[in-house]
Design a protein around this ligand. Sequence first.
Ligand SMILES: Cc1ncc(COP(=O)(O)O)c(C=O)c1O
Length: 437
Amino acid sequence: MKFYAFYDFVPSELARRGRIDFKVYTNSPEFHLDPGAIVGRLRPALRRYTIRASTIESTRTKADRHMDARYNIEDTSEIISPGLVVFREILEENVAKMVRIAGDPSRLRPHCKTHKMRQIIEMQVAKGVTKHKTATFAEAEMVIAGGATDVFLAYSLVGPNIARAVKFRQQYPQIRFSVTADHADPIRLLGEAMSAAGTTIEVLLDLDTGQHRTGVAADANAEKLYRLIADTAGLVPGGLHLYDGQNHQTDLAERRTAVMECWDQTAGLRDRLVASGLPVPRIVAGGTGSFPVYASINDPAIEVSPGTCAFHDIGYGQMFPDLDFQPASLLLTRVISRPTADRVTFDLGYKAVASDPPADRRVAFPDIPDAQLVLQNEEHLVVQTADAEKYQPGDELLAIPRHTCPTSALHKQAFIITGGKLVERWDVAARDRWLTL
Ligand SMILES: Cc1ncc(COP(=O)(O)O)c(C=O)c1O
């Protein structure tokens, strides 16, 4: 395995301040001992910006702090590429940070969609995190297999999912199970199905605080819907849910203000509901960028629901520079061809890494700072670099996905690295659309 370094910086910050402000993560002493080498590696990629010596000094300090061999893999011969590689120690640290930020494991309801692996649920349960958030029934069954006792399927149920919810309640009667709703029709159908089966289900009202994906505004209609949930036989009012995926402000102060606006809307609705005699036992809120803000609010109803930060990725690393999570899930890829003097082709097509736009930023190669992703097909990724001649077929590199959650779902198993060694493989079990139900 090669030594490498990767850089975590924020383009908008660069543009504003006209200087480079970044962290270097490396498993090579070469980079942090020689700031000039860092500049040399970065210059082709960042030629539009001024690099100041003072920044290099601070980079050295950060590099010193992070310097370790955590991304080293002693023997890669058993890792089929493109392979999803999870660095267990980093994952454990990320999970521990999630718990620390939440303040208490009982305030944390992590979303499992990022990894979809039972073993990671077991890791979280071992840290006292027994409440989990899911988006599919497969994920719901997977988290139960991992030891979760309280499962929130944050998805509005329609079609066959209503009957699946009944079966779920019958199959897992010991599990506290809840779902979302944001419309009178599914509320009525779910209530009828639960009543007919002689059971009940908790329903959280899904709020739209600005993302405009699902949910309703926290207004009089929301009050009416929540009362409908409370009045519908077979349903139990479970509280409120908000996912503020629109809060992607890089500036922490701006993000905090925006998140607090979402919270004010939600808390206002909660107060009105409680004043009218309805129970609002919990408010499930937030994702990676916003959960530290929700966690800082002293309100016993709050449960925070980050997902991505368990693995973290380049996308959030750049978007949220204030968060101290590290990429735990990378892709091992091999050079398969060098078609021209300045091109290297890897076995890393879009069947192995999430194909989110923009196409030229789906993955980052820490080892090739000037890499331009010029072509990607199903099983090929072509990179243009001034260093192309350094690479030969069979060479291995680690790449960091821009969006880790859909990337996991493209892999049957993850290769788990502990102490620099491949120790086991974990199934990405909930990548399937259904398990038993
Ligand atoms: C409803 C819901 N909750 C929580 C999350 C986790 O958010 P993040 O990926 O920002 O951590 C997501 C992510 O898509 C989501 O859709």
